[in-house]
Design a protein around this ligand. Sequence first.
Ligand code: PLP
Length: 400
Amino acid sequence: MPFLADALARVKPSPTIAVTTKAAELKAAGRDVIGLGAGEPDFDTPENIKAAGIRAIEEGKTKYTAVDGIPELKAAICAKFERENGLSYTPAQVTVGTGGKQVLYNALMATLNPGDEVIIPAPYWVSYPDMVLLAGGEPVTVTGGLETGFKITPEALEAAITPRSKWLIFNSPSNPTGAGYSRDELKALTDVLMRHPQVHVMTDDMYEHLTFGDYKFCTPAEVEPGLYGRTLTVNGVSKAYAMTGWRIGYAAGPEELIRAMRKIQSQSTSNPSSISQWAAVEALNGPQDFIEPNRALFERRRDLVVEGLNACPGITCPVPDGAFYVYPDISGCLGKTSAGGARIETDEDFATALLEEENVAVVFGAAFGLSPNFRVSYATSDAALTEACARIKRFCEGLS
Ligand SMILES: Cc1ncc(COP(=O)(O)O)c(C=O)c1O
């Protein structure tokens, strides 16, 4: 009898965490590594939010709470959905977990039976397919390539739907590409879903507040009210409020699903940290003026990185609509040999040689389901980004 569960053989460890760990190890060993792998803002949680966490500790709000969130936080979440998305939810339709990651996982665990299919547009956030596999379902990927701005078409979505399709996981702006669906593009997808009542929508709106230029964020239940009853709208405080370590994510959707997710959480982790929940109440109810300068900073960095990467021979870098990632295509670099003698046949070869020869850590595209590409997280200083682009350019110029 094997000691480890069979389910484990179906999943891989998070490649983004692996790259971040490798970069940190090399740095600790004295190498001058620039890490562009981590998906988190490089600045601190705003003072008012930190103060709310400290106050919670001082006031003794350090005990177990209701499993899926204190009433004050659920009320703040309902107000947020109403204010920012025009979506009305009652507290009974809201759940809070230890990061958006746990919320997504709970939802899949609560709904998937063997053979149930989950449609995942590729390139995708690395965790979606593995979470589906862990929960016993079948990931079905639909690719949105460079030619469609990394977005899937309504025709491709229609073709992927079967009687076993239980969910579409939707993520806009996207990790890893930063691509955002316009209202019209999203409506074209929701029109398809309206014809298939067995398909539910899990929308991961984590990058809602990080949008650039003319792009306007929109979310499925708002664009197509007919989908409200079969949509789980997932969000969190990690990216918008620089709170990745606090671990608070949330979602709103049908009460039956929320109850099932609560049951799973009650038998696994119970409530997310009480202190973090009080900090999240302040994040959602407090002043929002932190968001705009933060967004503008990321927009400036996006422009810096897009320009820097497009100056590299063999690289084509589209301009993203949001989030803090770019996903350049490296078709022009394949089949070549680096200055250090590495043969570049795949995007993994490219990322490995770039780290070895130029000390720049990026995540290769195969991890996100579309090659040949790599992902850069530009949530780091301008100086580091400028230097990283110079190194990548030197690396590309050295290919022959
Ligand atoms: C698309 C997407 N969804 C969800 C998450 C998880 O966020 P958290 O668990 O910190 O709320 C991330 C984090 O990288 C993400 O990029």
